[in-house]
Structure formats: structure tokens, C-alpha cells
Design a protein around this ligand. Structure first.
Ligand code: PEP
Ligand code: MG
Length: 889
């Protein structure tokens, strides 16, 4: 609110400041940090910040500045003049200033900086004489006309650029720096003509006029297209506006004793505690960015300007001790004097974030809790996947869509079956599966592959989704590759890669490279292990994994999983003889036929469970009974159906008929989940027997087992009651046969809204709940999880939904069902059985940091996620336990 006492302008410089770093909302990030640096004795050119409140009032008042701003700016300018020892507009020795925008959150490129403000036809001569450097003075003036014209007055920068190019051509020179002082004077003339032509008046000669126009330009840029778009994309809301920073100019381009640079106080890629950055001698800031000259590494400054380097090292230390964070800084050296122009929290990679957080604890700068809060859990992804060896320099031959991060290198194989066969013959070979697209029948081959590359498909294609679930590198939609299965080769441009030749993919950026590019494997060690240890001490939520194979279970344990929250048994039916027996079961005419086929499948199931129980030695293992609709196990094309008929020794018509019979209009709402064993009880019986016999076998080997049998897609307590009774009867038989027992639980997934609402009834039968939030989201929204690709981007774009609810749990809607289900279930179980109902989540959300925080708040016992997200969930759970999370975006 505007009052005559409102303070709109905050000065800094000369070792003092009216602002502080915790005033970012009012002064913007840049202004607040300039003030802070100034007050802790770091050399900063003097200046002042006009607050974000002014921006707010400017728009509130119909684009008019509050009255009191003007006198406050005048006063602050006097203060700058006093410290700088120069006067703004002095024709002999002018004070020049820069004008920059700066909101509370960094909005790169919102408005270009205007430099050298205060120059005019007269003072440019003064500057030339004073510095004895007319070239420098006229170069500064022509830059001002360009920046002021394009940034403040809307003249297209191209018009100025055009004049520059034309002059260089006339003078027959290549570089801007080859132009002489006289040339630049001529350029000023031409720039002024451009300015007059497009603005309709001459370039303002009154420095104050320049200043006010520049200030207004910053405020106007707040509602400019670029800024509005940026805030929308980054979902930045609730900011008052931008501040304006006016600051005395210092020049890095006044000779060999001047320069400019950018640096990080630690290495932003590795996190190593070394000073990291670049500089250029005799240059202005934009020269470093423009890439015309190659900057030198900061370590070399030690030789060129030892005194300045020493000062910078002191400042580096001072800034880190003060901010207790890694900083990203900008500096300029003018005639041997160092000035800091900016400091802010530095952006960094996941591995760097971990190392910096842990080392800062060791250095006593921060405590463990702060370290845990600082690291964005998602950024750990970077540490968990095989990466291309950073030392390798192999170039990409094609680029597709980066579908699942990490790098993979292997021998090219063109079909899933061939991958299986190749693996049987050469189990140690790395395979790279290359397909036009993949389908559920390919999972066995996909699982054996180190990475997957497809010519078609997007981020939600089968290959992408399955690969992500496994943490397997994957590139999809790479239309530059042409697959010729007959010839056994692929072509990429004019390169031919034969089956068995090596190919490498980088799922982090979509690159495809010919040959064997070395990769490095992840492990949790060093700083990462230490941070994870602190997370485990802090969190109360347990973290389990979704895994269907012993190798995945083992990997997840290495990553800290405390059990399996979801073993999807259907994934065990796709390989080799198993799929044949599965199909026999599906094609059987009667119960006896089905039982025969099932008895062939049973040993495989038992074997798999033994492997998983052994890998998880002593940790709970939740095994879900068969869930998907049966048609997923049969091929839908003619050729595939004939092959099945041949394999099974039955007429192809019979296969076709069965596929037609199994066809459903909405298979996701059809015969699947618990409906399968309700209709075909023998399927459930076989699975329960296999689980319990495997448990007994492992127990006999002296290991402890904790099986949890999970019944999917339950909507009514009656379904669960029938299936539970049947499972208990099977258990009875198994225990009798083996003369021994194992402890086990029977529970259910809550993935149908009705189940969540009637959780009190269901909990009378269920010993645990696991929220299947994939299906629960699908059924609550009525969004088919396989078809959202066609509309979800539009939904997010139009802000109907903030994010894809299959990625981050919709707390407002689906979350209510989770909360209600948990509360009602827990209460009923306590009242009826005096037992604690174990509650977890096994939908994809179990590995999403924001959703994990929600699960913690709801009071779940555990979250379960894919092996590669286990460390991410451990850290997110720790952050949830710590409350307020204050990490960088
Ligand atoms: C779920 O629905 O959340 C779930 C874990 O099961 P699936 O994804 O296998 O349907
Ligand atoms: Mg489900």
C-alpha cells in the first residue's frame, strides 16, 4: 500500500546496504544479494534497487509510478555519485550506470540489461578524453543506443546489427574488435539514424530521461510476452513483480589490467571443492557469453592477476561461509580493482548436489537435516543409472526421444525372440534390442536387453513405459533408423549396422552412437551412501520395491529396499516354455485342461518365488496374483496365431476363436484382477500353492520368509472373502503335505474407488492394503491410463490439471480416496481384530517425491517403487519427516 512514508528505493555500496539477502520478495534475488554482499564487505559497485512493490503499484495504478518513487531515486542516485566520485550526466567524467530487472525468482532472459546509461553526444567525448581511449568510449555509446533502442523502445535489434555488418563489410574487417575509433564514431551516427527512424524522435540526450525510460522498460517487461510465458511454463505464481537494479558501471574492457568472469564456488558437475569458472582479459560480460573469444579457466587467473585471484579466493570463502551454499558469481576487474556483480545459489547436477551437501556438513557449514533438505530427490536419478563414460568423445549418428535415462551399449538384436535365443547361447553378451516398436509379447527379450531403441513411439509408448519401470535406458521415436529384419541389419543415414554389431544409446538425451561407447555403472557409495544413511535415520516411512525377478530384487536391496511391495506375477509367464504353457491354459476347453497346463507352470512359479525369497532374505515380499486380462498372452496377428497353433498342435481356427472370445470392449474393466480366480479358481490355487511351497523350501534352507499374498482389483468385500477362504484352504493342504507351516498374510490392493469407500468392510478380511494408484487414478478420473497421451498435454497446458496425475498423485481427488481408505480400513481392523492394518502404495506414485510426502502425511507404513527409484523415495521420505522442504527447483 502506498503511503507517503513508503520506502521504495534501497541503496547499497561503500560497505553498507539498506537491504538484506532475506528481502528477496521485496528487492528481487539480484538486489537482495547485491545488498547482502555490500554489507558483508565484498566490493560491489554502488547502486540502488527499486522494489517489486513499485512494480505492483505501477500496474495497480494503471501503469503509473507512485509519486514518492521519483524523489527517492534522485536521492539514491546522489548517494551513488558520492561513493563513485562522479556525476551522472557530467560531460567531462560521467558516471555511467546499468539497469537490470530482478524478480524474487530467477527468470532468465526476461529483460536484457541496459549498460552504459548516461552517455550522450557530449559525455562520450568526455569519457574518451578522460580514459584516453576514444575507441572504448564510442564502442560503449553505440552499445547503449542498441541496447536502449531494442530493450526500452522496442526497435528490432536486427536493424542495428544490419548497420554493424554493413560497416564491417565496407571496412573490410571480420571482427567487431577490428573497427577503429573513427569507425565506431561513424557507427554511432548510423545507430542514431536507425533509432530516430524507428522511434520517431532522436536518441535521448538527457541522462535522466534515459534512466526513467529504462526503469519503465523494466517494469513493462514484467508483463511482456516472454516473462508471462516463462512464469506460466515454470508455474511461478504469487510474485509481486520485478525490482529494478540501477548500478554504477565498472569496465572490464579498459586494457590488459581489466577483465571479466563467471564462476562457481565449487564444481557444479562433480561437486568437488574447487573454484570453477572462466574469465577473459580486456572484455565485457557479454563477450564471455557470446563465445567470440574462448575464455580461460579461472585457475589461470592465478598467473595473470595473482592479487585479484587471491581476492577472489577470499571472496569465494566468505560467500560460502556466509550463505552456507554453493554460489554462482559474476565479477569484473577494472584497472586491477575487483568488483562483484552478482551472487546466487548455483545450479548443479544430482551428483554434485549430493557431494556438496555432504561435504558442507563435514565442514560444519550446515547440519545433516539441512543437507537432506537441499538435495532434490529426483536429481538422484543422475547417480543411479549407467552413464556414458564422460571421457568418451564418440559422436551421435541419430537422435530420438529420450525415454528412459542412462546409457546402454550392446550387440544389435532385432527381435525379442532372437534376444532370448542369443542370451541362451551367449549369456554374457550385452544386447541392445532395436525394434520398430515393442508390445507385451516382447517383454522377455526386452528384459534381457541392456537397452531398447525403437524407430517409432513417444514417451508413453510400450517400450518407454516398460523400460522406465525397469530403469533400463531407452530411446524411442528415432525415425532416422531403418530396420530390415530380413537382411538382419539397420541403416542410419548411409551407415549400416548388422545384427551383432555394437550400438550405444544414451537415454538421457536420446543420442544413438555406432560402436561400443564405454559406460560407467552406478553404485551407492561415498557421499551418496553417507547422505542415504542420514535419510534412513530420519525417515519413518519404509521403502519397498516393485520387482518381479530375483535380479531386480537384489538390485533393489542394494539400493536400500526393505521388502517387495509388488511382485507382478504375470511378468513371469512370458519367457520360453512358460508362455507356451500359459497359452495352453488359456486355450484349454475345461477345468481339467486348465489344471494340466497350470501344473506345468507351477514349478516355474515356485522357482521364481524361491529366487525372490532368497534375494529378499527375511524381508517381506508381497506377491500379487495374476492381474491382466488373458488376451494379453495371445498374439493378435495371423502369423502369431498360426505359430501358436503349430506350437500347441491345435487348429489355428481354435486360437482365433479364443482370441475373439476373449476380446473385450474395455479390457481394463473386464475379466482381470480378482475376477480371474473367481471365474477360474484353479489359477489362484496354483499361484497360492507355488508361493507357500517356495516359502517352505526357503525356510528349510534356514532363511526367514515373510510372504504376503495380494489379491488385485477388489471392489467388494465378498470377492476378497471368497478368494481368501480358498487361499486358506490351499495353505492348509500345503502345510499338511509338507508337515510344516510358514507365517503369511493375505491382503488386497485398493485400486477401485468402491474398495476405498468400503475399506472398513474390506479390512475385516484384509490383513494389509496396498494402494494401486495407477488403476485408482484411472478409475477415479475415468482416464484410460493407456490413452492419456492424446489429451493430457492439452489438460496440463490449459491448467485443467497441474501435472499428469499418473506421475504425481492427485491429492485433491484420488488422495481423498487414499486417505479415507486408510482411515476407515485402519479403524475397522483395530476394532474388529485389534490389529494394525499395514498400509502401503505400489502404484508409480510410490517413487514420486511429492507423492511420497503425501503418503507420509496419510500415515502409510511404506511406499513401494521400481528399484531405481528406491533411493529417491528414501530421501523423499526423510524430507517428509523433516517437514518443510526448502530445496532448489
Ligand atoms: C496399480 O494399479 O497401481 C498397480 C500397481 O497395478 P498395475 O499397474 O499392475 O495395474
Ligand atoms: Mg492395478
Amino acid at each position: 500500500m502506498s503511503t507517503s512514508k513508503s520506502k521504495y528505493v534501497y541503496s547499497f555500496g561503500g560497505g553498507k546496504a539498506e537491504g538484506r539477502s532475506d528481502m528477496k520478495e521485496l528487492l528481487g534475488g539480484k538486489g537482495a544479494n547485491l545488498a547482502e554482499m555490500s554489507s558483508i564487505g565484498i566490493p560491489v559497485p554502488p547502486g540502488f534497487t527499486i522494489t517489486t512493490e513499485v512494480c505492483h503499484e505501477y500496474y495497480e495504478g494503471g501503469k503509473k509510478l507512485p509519486e514518492a518513487v521519483k524523489p527517492q531515486v534522485e536521492e539514491a542516485l546522489l548517494h551513488v555519485e558520492k561513493i563513485a566520485g562522479k556525476k551522472f550526466g557530467d560531460p567531462k567524467d560521467p558516471l555511467l550506470v546499468s539497469v537490470r530487472s530482478g524478480a524474487a525468482l530467477s527468470m532468465p532472459g526476461m529483460m536484457n540489461t541496459i549498460l552504459n546509461l548516461g552517455l550522450n553526444d557530449e559525455s562520450v567525448e568526455g569519457l574518451a578524453a578522460k580514459t584516453d581511449n576514444p575507441r572504448f568510449a564510442y564502442d560503449g555509446y553505440r552499445r547503449l543506443i542498441d541496447m536502449f533502442g531494442s530493450t526500452a523502445m522496442g526497435v528490432d535489434h536486427e536493424h542495428f546489427e544490419h548497420e554493424l555488418t554493413a560497416l564491417k563489410k565496407e571496412k573490410n574487417v571480420k571482427l567487431d574488435t577490428d573497427l577503429s575509433a573513427a569507425d565506431l564514431k561513424e557507427l554511432v551516427k548510423r545507430y542514431k539514424a536507425v533509432y530516430s527512424k524507428h522511434v520517431g524522435e532522436g536518441f535521448p540526450q538527457d541522462p535522466k530521461d534515459q534512466l526513467w525510460k529504462a526503469i519503465m522498460a523494466v517494469f513493462n517487461s514484467w508483463m511482456g510476452n516472454k516473462a508471462v510465458q516463462y512464469r506460466r511454463i515454470e508455474r511461478i505464481t504469487g510474485l509481486k513483480g520485478t525490482a529494478v537494479n540501477v548500478q554504477a558501471m565498472v569496465f572490464g574492457n579498459t586494457g590488459g589490467d581489466s577483465g571479466t568472469g563467471v564462476a562457481f564456488t565449487r564444481d557444479p558437475n562433480t561437486g568437488e571443492d574447487v573454484f570453477y569458472g572462466d574469465y577473459l582479459i580486456n572484455a565485457q560480460g557479454e563477450d564471455v557469453v557470446a563465445g567470440i573469444r574462448t575464455p580461460e579457466p579461472i585457475s589461470k587467473l592465478h598467473e595473470e592477476m595473482p592479487k585479484v585471484y587471491g581476492q577472489l579466493m577470499d571472496i569465494r570463502k566468505k560467500l560460502e561461509t556466509h550463505y552456507k551454499e554453493m554460489q554462482d558469481i559474476e565479477f569484473t576487474v577494472e584497472k586491477g580493482t575487483l568488483y562483484m556483480l552478482q551472487t546466487r545459489t548455483g545450479k548443479r547436477t544430482g551428483s554434485s548436489a549430493v557431494r556438496i551437501a555432504v561435504e558442507m556438513v563435514k565442514e560444519g557449514l550446515i547440519d545433516e537435516k539441512t543437507a537432506l533438505k537441499r538435495v532434490n530427490p529426483d536429481s538422484l536419478n543422475h547417480l543411479l543409472l549407467p552413464q556414458l563414460d564422460p571421457k568418451s568423445k564418440v559422436k551421435a549418428v541419430a537422435t530420438g526421444i529420450a525415454a528412459s535415462p542412462g546409457a546402454a551399449c550392446g550387440k544389435v538384436i532385432l527381435s525379442a525372440d532372437a534376444a532370448v535365443a542369443h542370451h541362451e547361447a551367449h549369456p554374457n553378451d550385452a544386447i541392445l534390442l532395436v525394434r520398430k516398436e515393442t508390445s507385451p509379447e516382447d517383454v522377455a527379450g526386452m528384459h534381457l536387453a541392456k537397452g531398447i531403441l525403437t524407430a517409432t513411439g513417444g514417451k508413453a509408448s510400450h517400450a518407454a513405459v516398460v523400460a522406465r519401470g525397469w530403469g533400463k535406458p531407452c530411446v524411442v521415436g528415432c525415425d532416422a533408423i531403418h530396420i530390415d529384419e530380413k537382411k538382419g541389419q539397420i541403416t542410419i543415414g548411409d551407415q549400416v549396422v548388422k545384427v551383432g554389431d555394437y550400438l550405444t544409446i544414451n537415454g538421457t538425451n536420446g543420442d544413438v552412437m555406432v560402436g561400443q561407447v564405454p559406460t560407467v555403472d552406478p553404485s551407492i557409495s561415498g557421499h551418496f551412501a553417507e547422505l542415504m544413511g542420514w535419510a534412513d535415520k530420519t525417515r519413518t516411512l519404509k521403502v519397498r520395491t516393485n520387482a518381479d525377478a530375483p535380479a531386480d530384487a537384489k538390485k533393489a536391496r542394494e539400493f536400500g529396499a526393505e521388502g517387495i511391495g509388488l511382485c507382478r506375477t504375470e511378468h513371469m509367464f512370458f519367457e520360453g516354455q512358460r508362455i507356451v504353457d500359459m497359452r495352453k491354459m488359456i486355450l484349454a476347453d475345461d477345468t481339467a485342461g486348465r489344471e494340466k497346463a497350470l501344473s506345468a507352470l507351477e514349478p516355474y512359479q515356485r522357482e521364481d518365488f524361491v529366487g525372490i525369497f532368497e534375494a529378499m532374505d527375511g524381508l517381506p515380499v508381497t506377491i500379487r496374483l495374476l492381474d491382466p486380462p488373458l488376451h494379453e498372452f495371445l498374439p493378435h496377428d495371423e502369423a502369431g496365431q498360426s505359430e501358436v497353433a503349430k506350437q500347441l498342435g491345435i487348429p489355428v481356427e481354435k486360437v482365433k476363436r479364443r482370441v475373439e472370445q476373449l476380446h473385450e470392449a474395455n479390457p481394463m474393466l473386464g475379466l482381470r484382477g480378482c475376477r480371474l480366480p473367481i471365474k477360474f479358481p484353479e489359477i489362484g490355487d496354483m499361484q497360492v500353492r507355488a508361493i507357500l511351497e517356495a516359502a517352505i523350501e526357503v525356510k528349510k534352507k534356514g532363511k526367514s520368509v515373510l510372504p504376503e499374498i495380494m489379491i488385485p482389483l477388489v471392489g467388494t468385500v465378498e470377492e476378497l472373502a471368497i478368494l481368501k477362504k480358498r487361499a486358506l484352504a490351499v495353505a492348509e493342504q500345503v502345510f499338511k503335505k509338507h508337515g510344516t507351516k510358514v507365517e503369511f498374510l493375505i491382503g488386497t490392493m485398493i485400486e477401485i474407488p468402491r474398495a476405498a469407500l468400503t475399506a472398513d468392510q474390506i479390512a475385516e478380511e484384509a490383513e494389509f492394503f496396498s494402494f494401486g494408484t495407477n488403476d485408482l487414478t484411472q478409475l477415479t478420473f475415468g482416464f484410460s491410463r493407456d490413452d492419456i497421451g492424446s489429451f493430457m498435454p492439452a489438460y496440463v497446458d490449459q491448467k485443467i490439471l497441474p501435472v499428469d496425475p499418473f506421475q504425481t498423485l492427485d491429492q485433491k481427488g484420488v488422495g481423498q480416496l487414499v486417505e479415507v481408505g486408510t482411515q476407515r480400513g485402519r479403524k475397522a481392523r483395530k476394532e474388529k481384530h485389534d490389529q494394525h492394518l499395514k498400509v502401503g502404495i505400489c502404484g508409480e506414485h510410490g517413487g514420486d517425491p511429492e507423492s511420497v510426502v503425501f503418503c507420509h502425511k496419510v500415515g502409510m507404513d511404506y511406499v513401494s517403487c521400481s528399484p531405481f527409484r528406491v533411493p529417491i523415495a528414501r530421501l523423499a521420505a526423510a524430507q517428509a519427516a523433516l517437514g518443510n522442504v526448502s530445496r532448489d527447483k
